[in-house]
Design a protein around this ligand. Structure first.
Ligand code: NAG
Ligand code: NAG
Length: 514
């Protein structure tokens, strides 16, 4: 079915800038740091660097580094794994620095290079988990290296583990973009899980055993009824997209985490205990151990999710240009799904959502649907990174901690003004702060400072210890009157047979011997 351009002429869309998320970096086009001007000019001349071909798709923050991954879908991507130093002088559009180096990102070097990386995950043991999917191209994908897990020691920037997925872990259509971690009683006791979007599988890897196995389940498959997408004024079908976003819960009473997952072409959330996933023998006979958690409701497509230690899950809502939230103590149903923030210009395709060790949320948006289905306009801002403290982000939503929890927290530390303000605002429609049901919370709020209190709290340092320049950056929200739609519409390259990131129709799979 041909995609059609939805014309919004005559419609006044109500679009607003993000309220709680602060835009910290933005780019029209992504560029790279080179050791000197000469090597950069040479890279541009030889086509080793073609900035317009770069689409960042993943982020992760660890201390003073913000990692950014860029798949090699097209030529001219000098490094697939990169970072932005957060302690460097602040620049609104920083150039990417390859991680660990340009050499460590050599295309097709299966021993010491990285070819294509999607999402990466840092852990509390200072390891960075990176799956190199080994592919080059998008319309014409070639598997130049096998699927290989690379784990870096973030303190030494050395690869401390390299593991090639077994041929049994993958099928001819395998496409893996997401990774979730499950740390048990020690750093040794760690499992990584990988979702196979187009092969409809879930692969478990044990760090201790240095071994992997693969689960199959019908819950990994797409819902055929919700394969139609409308993003940035483009209509297209991603109906073949199965299990995509995955994240592990905090450790439960039984000593195990719960892995939450959802197919991309789906509005449903599923789960399975890591007690099952950690046990290789459960690959068979565990059908009934997988559960339906609930449904998000219409426009509930998501590709990235993350859960913090208090059990709040954040996820991208790609149809809604929004970040959604869910408090896992509540039943998973549309009424309990909150919109943490939304922006019909800046959050068009919120591609990745992460929470760091200091409970800051990081969101990247990249207009991916336009990059893939039409063409990006490089005179416009296409890529953005936002951040906000988790508590701020979920304030005033159904995901906010229930009052007894807030009161318990107050015994330990006074409620921050921002929280009081938010509640006062919410229950008094901004008209005043007295007579709210949350008198406890209001007690710490100073009446009369409504506006400055709000602004001031948004100016709170959001990156502690590491980024003085970033701390000083004050975000002034830009109000926009109309939603972003792709103005650069060209004949779409996609059909309903084309999966999301690559195209199964042209997929030439080769099995690599390690
Ligand atoms: C696909 O890629 C291969 C090698 O990378 C190349 O030989 C072939 O010509 C390409 N096909 C098309 C249609 O671009
Ligand atoms: C883990 O397994 C891989 C096989 O993919 C092997 O090359 C590597 O040496 C193993 N590492 C350890 C620490 O056992």
């Amino acid at each position: 079915m041909a995609a059609k351009f939805l014309v919004f002429c005559g419609l006044v869309s109500l679009a607003s800038a993000t309220i709680k998320l602060q835009e910290i970096f933005s780019w029209n086009v992504v560029d790279w740091n080179y050791p000197d001007q000469f090597s950069k000019q040479q890279a541009l001349r030889t086509g080793a660097l073609i900035p317009e071909n770069a689409l960042p798709v993943g982020i992760e923050r660890w201390r003073n580094k913000l990692f950014v991954s860029v798949p090699r879908w097209r030529s001219g991507i000098p490094a697939t794994l990169n970072y932005i130093p957060l302690d460097a002088p602040y620049e609104p559009s920083p150039k990417l620095t390859p991680y660990p180096s340009f050499e460590g990102n050599e295309l097709g070097n299966c021993q010491t290079g990285l070819t294509t990386v999607y999402r990466v995950k840092a852990d509390q043991c200072d390891r960075l988990w990176v799956l190199d999917v080994g592919t080059y191209g998008y319309d014409n994908v070639t598997n130049v290296c096998p699927y290989t897990l690379n784990v870096f020691d973030l303190n030494t920037d050395q690869i401390i583990r390299k593991y090639v997925l077994r041929p049994e872990d993958i099928v001819s259509t395998t496409f893996i973009a997401n990774i979730a971690l499950d740390i048990g009683t020690s750093c040794e006791d760690t499992f990584a899980y990988f979702s196979d979007e187009l092969g409809y599988g879930l692969i478990a890897y044990s760090w201790e055993q240095n071994k992997s196995w693969r689960f199959s389940h019908s819950y990994f498959m797409p819902d055929p009824l919700v394969g139609d997408f409308n993003i940035a004024g483009l209509n297209f079908q991603w109906g073949a997209e199965g299990i995509f976003g995955i994240t592990a819960s905090p450790i439960g009473a039984d000593g195990y985490r719960t892995l939450y997952f959802s197919p991309l072409s789906s509005h449903t959330e599923f789960s399975v205990s890591t007690r099952i996933l950690r046990d290789e023998t459960k690959v068979k006979g565990s059908y009934k151990d997988f559960s339906v958690v609930g449904v998000r409701g219409p426009d509930g497509h998501t590709t990235a999710k993350v859960m913090d230690d208090s059990g709040v899950q954040l996820f991208n809502l790609i149809d809604q240009n929004a970040v959604g939230c869910w408090r896992s103590s509540l039943p998973y149903k549309p009424q309990n799904i909150g919109i943490a923030d939304k922006d019909d210009v800046g959050l068009v395709f919120p591609v990745d959502v992460k929470i760091d060790d200091e409970k800051n949320v990081w969101v990247m948006s990249d207009r991916m649907a336009v990059f893939l289905e039409a063409e990006l306009d490089y005179s416009d801002i296409n890529f953005r990174v936002y951040t906000a403290p988790l508590d701020t982000l979920i304030q005033g939503t159904v995901c906010e901690a229930p009052l007894p929890v807030l009161q318990a927290q107050q015994i330990l530390k006074p409620l921050q003004p921002i929280k009081a303000l938010s509640r006062a605002k919410l229950y008094n429609h901004g008209l005043g702060v007295t007579a709210t049901p949350f008198s406890e919370a209001v007690a710490v709020y100073t009446p009369g400072s409504t506006k400055s209190g709000l602004t001031g709290s948004y100016r709170q340092p959001i990156i502690k210890n590491t980024a003085p320049k970033v701390q000083n950056y004050i975000y002034i929200p830009k109000q926009t009157s109309s939603a972003y739609t792709s103005g650069q519409f060209t004949r779409p390259k996609s059909t309903n047979k084309n999966p999301w990131w690559n195209k199964a129709t042209n997929y030439n799979y080769e099995v690599f011997e390690p």
